[in-house]
Design a protein around this ligand. Structure first.
Ligand SMILES: Nc1ncnc2c1ncn2[C@@H]1O[C@H](COP(=O)(O)OP(=O)(O)OP(=O)(O)O)[C@@H](O)[C@H]1O
Ligand SMILES: [Mg+2]
Length: 256
């Protein structure tokens, strides 16, 4: 049987001011169904780029390699099709949408995915009930649902809002790209709890992070080290502590 997510020999580049820049250089990564994997690695190693390529951002050109998602060619799918197929991406820096009401935005996103899955759309009243309950569980004030999407939200509030989106969309595969700063212990817990609550045989996730603490809460099935555009080492959850103690030097030397 084909793996849930199978990335093989993935090369991708970006056109940076007229110059082609190779960023992903042969990424190999397999995530079986029901597993949560993490990627750690030095700044600039291509972690966020990998998440953008998986989400289908236009400015990246895949030059070789393949990505199969639930047996389909992910790279052939439009970004909307990827979302409808159950892919969810939480960006490193969530976008602010001035003039767009947060609750309306969430309902539009949820209903678009429900339509694509052949499920009935939620009406405004039912949706508000669901979203209020979910927001409460995440410790968000009801006021945040009335505000414009992410506008003026603090770093931790944006995180909660992303986890709220993820909870409501019920993706089959989530990619979470975490910032290396600005997340307090509570925000880390919220992200970790959000992932833990979704854990099931029907849910897989890829968590990109610099936080050993976050991985202590989540306890991923596998941790991968990315450097210079590829995965150079993989191990069990204990790898996080080793990286925290020793850094990446050893892995970089081995891969050189
Ligand atoms: N639009 C762009 N133009 C030029 N270079 C880019 C562009 N996007 C990414 N890069 C470069 O690609 C490399 C990989 O960036 P990426 O954001 O994927 O790294 P990362 O592993 O997520 O780093 P961090 O841990 O700091 O978040 C970096 O050297 C970055 O400067
Ligand atoms: Mg990044």
């Amino acid at each position: 049987m084909s793996q849930f997510l199978d990335i093989s020999g993935l090369n991708a580049r970006i056109d940076a001011d007229g110059q082609e820049k190779e960023i992903l250089r042969g990424v190999d990564l397999v995530i079986p169904p029901g597993e949560v994997h993490a990627i750690m690695g030095p700044n600039g190693s291509g972690k966020s780029t990998l998440s953008y390529v998986l989400a289908g951002r236009e400015d990246y050109e895949v030059t070789s390699g393949s990505v199969s998602f639930q047996g389909k060619d992910l790279l052939e799918m439009e970004p909307e099709e990827r979302a409808a197929a159950g892919l969810f991406l939480a960006f490193q820096s969530p976008v602010e949408l001035p003039g767009v009401n947060n609750a309306n935005f969430l309902r539009t996103a949820v209903n678009a995915v429900r339509r694509a899955r052949g499920q009935e759309e939620l009406d405004a009243v039912n949706f508000l009930k669901t979203v209020r309950a979910a927001a409460k569980e995440l410790g968000m004030s009801p006021d945040m649902l009335k505000r414009n999407v992410n506008v003026g939200f603090s770093g931790g509030e944006k995180k909660r809002n992303e986890v709220l989106q993820m909870t409501l969309l019920q993706p089959s595969f989530a990619i979470l790209d975490e910032t290396d700063s600005g997340l307090d212990v509570d925000a880390l817990r919220i992200v970790a709890e959000g992932v833990k609550r979704l854990r099931s045989p029907q849910f897989s996730a890829l968590v990109i992070t610099h936080h050993q603490r976050l991985l202590e809460y989540i306890v991923p099935d596998r941790i991968h080290v990315m450097a210079k555009g590829r995965i150079i080492h993989s191990g069990g959850p204990e790898l996080a502590q080793q990286i925290d103690r020793e850094g990446y030097t050893k892995f970089l030397a081995e891969a050189a």
